[in-house]
Ligand binder design. Structure first.
Ligand SMILES: [Zn+2]
Length: 144
């Protein structure tokens, strides 16, 4: 859907996967262009939203609104700032015919080790869940 927006670039890798970098919400902020951000939820009550910059119809991040982390589309980072991909999750949802042929740790669902790391980060945040309050309005006219 995002790729079909006017002027949009690719949102997926050639194999249909998506590279993300997760940040603690207290360690990432929007410093410019927040007025261009709009959210898309799969249903009006979805707790997960994807946020698109409407100036260039580029997906910026995904947020589980109850979570302490922000899931940034990795391609939004300057190439010099992109951390290496560390693992592949939810491979059970990969497109038909996609084979995994590299040495990257891959998990059909989520990784237990990763979930522990995520919980450790939340503990380091004193179990706070900062609000992302700078996204105003919905991409497609429904939701907030
Ligand atoms: Zn833009």
């Amino acid at each position: 859907m995002f790729e079909a927006l006017p002027g949009a670039g690719p949102a997926l890798n050639s194999d249909g996967s998506t590279d993300f970098v997760l940040f603690r919400k207290d360690r990432i902020d929007c410093t410019l262009g927040a007025d261009q951000l709009r959210e898309h939820r799969l249903t009006p009550t979805s707790k997960t939203r994807r946020v698109v910059a409407t100036c260039c119809n580029t997906p910026m991040f995904l947020e589980f609104t109850g979570g302490h982390w922000l899931t940034l589309y990795r391609q939004r980072l300057d190439p010099r700032d992109r951390p290496p991909v560390q693992m592949r999750v939810m491979t059970r949802d990969r497109q038909a015919g996609v084979t995994i042929a590299d040495g990257l740790p891959s998990y059909a669902g989520h990784s237990g080790k990763f979930m522990l790391k995520l919980m450790g980060a939340w503990a380091a945040m004193a179990f706070r869940t900062p609000r992302i309050d700078y996204v105003k309005g919905a991409l497609d006219g429904h939701g907030t």
